[in-house]
Design a protein around this ligand. Structure first.
Ligand SMILES: [Zn+2]
Length: 120
C-alpha cells in the first residue's frame, strides 16, 4: 500500500515542475537536513523558499559499466509531519516509489533530456 501524502498544491513545483527544477536546487530550496550523502546517492530534507513546503529529496545514479551513460533519478516527496519525514527518510535507496504524490525527474540511459512528472 502506498503512503498517501498531502499534495502540495500551493507550491510552484506542483503546477510547473519543469521550470522549477530547471533552476539550481539552492535557488528554490533551503537545506534543512542531510540524511545521506554518498557518491551516487544523496537524500536531503529541503524547504521551498517561496511557500515553506518541505520535501524529502533523493538523487541516485546507477553506474553504467558498459557505456558510462549513468541513469540518474531525482525524487521529491512532499512531507508535513515528523512522522512522514521519518517514514520517507527511512526508505531504502531508490525506493521512494511507495509515496504518493511524488515528483520524479529521471534521466534514463540513452535519454536526450530529463523526464519530469508528478506521480499521483
Ligand atoms: Zn513552494
Amino acid at each position: 500500500m502506498p503512503l498517501m501524502l498531502k499534495p502540495p498544491t500551493q507550491c510552484a513545483l506542483w503546477t510547473d515542475p519543469e521550470a522549477t527544477l530547471a533552476n539550481p536546487l539552492k535557488q528554490h530550496f533551503a537545506l534543512h537536513a542531510t540524511f545521506v550523502e554518498e557518491s551516487h546517492w544523496w537524500r536531503y530534507l529541503l524547504e521551498c523558499r517561496e511557500c515553506g513546503q518541505r520535501y524529502v529529496y533523493e538523487f541516485h545514479e546507477e553506474v553504467d559499466w558498459a557505456d558510462g551513460d549513468d541513469p540518474q533519478y531525482v525524487t521529491l516527496v512532499p512531507v508535513e509531519t515528523q512522522a512522514e519525514i521519518d517514514a520517507v527518510s527511512a526508505a531504502p535507496q531508490g525506493c521512494l516509489g511507495g509515496f504518493i504524490p511524488r515528483l520524479c525527474k529521471d534521466w534514463p540511459k540513452g535519454a536526450a533530456r530529463h523526464l519530469v512528472r508528478w506521480v499521483t
